[in-house]
Design a protein around this ligand. Structure first.
Ligand code: LLP
Length: 415
């Protein structure tokens, strides 16, 4: 593992000071386990990067929306980036400050816009002229003014998986940066809009920082020209997207370093800077624990069948993502083997790893699928009528169940 919160001590894997096997003994598998210290230290890295620059860190709720994690971040002063009414509901339930919420997303409904304005959120990251008009008309009906930024698409390749790349012309996101000046002028004429920001998000799991800095440069140029044309831009939202190391020893961008570079680029303009990080705050702070059910081999291949599946972690099949898989109890010196790690779901795409070098394992052994704190549980499903797993938060030598494992009754609720 490449962070301190998950470490072997006497060949036993710990999260902070809790042996992961102790959690399994009480709560079973599969389950997600998160380290509070890791989440907090990652949040602090953003803080450190901003230094004295006026800023707001809006945690991207979509990465992990568990109430306890939202509450933890809210207590640190975090704002939130939401993309649905449901995420707004969660943030408010967790005690998040509505005045620090930004609402992103390409398809906000009238009902969601109404809910957001009524709740007093900070602003909308508006993605189309139609949306701008709708926000204005709803704000008018509510007798309010809605703060908006346009999300501009700078046509920059984030060099990440195509499904999580958002800053290219061919993507559905944002408004073309060349059309932005005209849209801002139009927006100024709407009585119930306050156009004070510019936002941009070019993708996720970005490991090379040049595209991010290039996008920042383009957006800053836009800010300067908008201001020169009389648009009172006060804040700039750089979105999220900083990548994390999914492979052992993979280099990942240093958060504080990248953020301070962005601050330097933006310096001297009196702008408040926003970011919307998700993965880089919670990704490496979580593991998915699973138990080996069987080993089997055919003429071609060997398989390790475990009790977690694509229903708990869809990233391997959806994005061809790599997650390290390590044992809860290590036995150094024993030769390993190569196998696919697969779940019980009836799909060939149900794998957690393919052709993976693994340590010796036998039925009953416990494994940790690493770097599963972001886009793990939130993308879980009930496919094959599988109850969604428990979530656990570790703090030092104590741990709490922050979401119970679903029951069979939960599966049929509402039917
Ligand atoms: N802001 C906006 C407008 C976004 O669309 C996203 C992510 C973020 C912020 C947060 O990005 P992050 O810092 O987490 O990279 N399910 C995929 C990731 C989808 C990301 C979608 N948007 C995965 O498992 O890799």
């Amino acid at each position: 593992m490449n962070q301190l919160s998950f470490q072997y001590l006497d060949n036993t894997l710990y999260c902070e000071q809790v042996a992961l096997a102790d959690i399994v003994r009480r709560c079973g598998t599969p389950c997600f386990v998160y380290s509070q210290a890791e989440i907090l230290s990652r949040f602090q890295s953003y803080r450190a990067g901003f230094g004295d620059t006026p800023h707001q860190i809006c945690y991207a709720v979509k990465a992990n929306s568990n109430l306890s994690i939202l509450r933890l971040l809210a207590e640190q002063g975090a704002g939130f980036d939401i993309v649905s009414g449901g995420e707004l509901f969660r943030v408010l339930k967790a005690g998040g400050d509505p005045a620090k919420i930004v609402f992103s997303g390409v398809g906000k409904t009238a009902q969601e816009i109404d809910y957001a304005i009524s709740s007093g959120i900070h602003s909308f990251n508006c993605e189309s002229p139609d949306e701008m008009r709708l926000i204005d008309s709803i704000a008018a009906r509510l007798g309010r003014k809605a703060r908006v930024a346009f999300r501009v698409n700078p046509d920059i390749d984030a060099r990440t998986h195509p499904y999580i790349s958002t800053g290219l012309k061919k993507n559905k996101f944002g408004v073309d940066i060349s059309e932005a000046p005209h849209l801002y002028q139009e927006a100024l004429r709407y009585e119930h809009l306050q156009v004070q920001g510019v936002s941009c998000h070019i993708g996720s799991q970005i490991l090379e920082t040049e595209p991010l800095l290039e996008a920042a440069g383009k957006v800053l140029e836009l800010v300067d020209s908008l201001r020169a044309a009389g648009v009172p831009i006060e804040y700039l939202d750089f979105g999220g997207g900083l990548g994390v190391a999914y492979h052992i020893h993979e280099p990942a961008p240093e958060v504080a370093e990248v953020v301070s570079k962005i601050c330097r680029l933006a310096a001297g303009r009196g702008l408040t800077l926003h970011v919307e990080p998700g993965r880089s705050i919670v990704g490496p702070a979580g593991v998915l624990l699973t138990r080996v059910l069987y080993r089997k081999r055919n003429q071609e291949k060997e398989f390790v069948v475990v009790d977690a599946a694509m229903t708990e972690l869809i990233r391997p099949v959806l994005y061809d993502a790599h997650h390290e898989i390590i044992p809860l109890r290590r036995a150094p010196g024993r030769p390993g083997f190569v196998a696919d790690v697969v779940g019980p779901v009836c799909e060939t795409g149900d794998f957690l790893a393919r052709d993976r070098e693994l340590p010796q394992v036998a039925p009953g052994d416990l494994l940790a699928v690493c770097t599963a704190g972001a886009y793990g549980f939130v993308q879980a499903s009930n496919y094959n009528a599988r109850p969604r797993p428990a979530e656990i938060l570790v703090d030092g030598d104590t741990w709490t169940t922050i979401r119970k494992r679903e029951t069979y009754d939960d599966l049929i609720r509402g039917e």
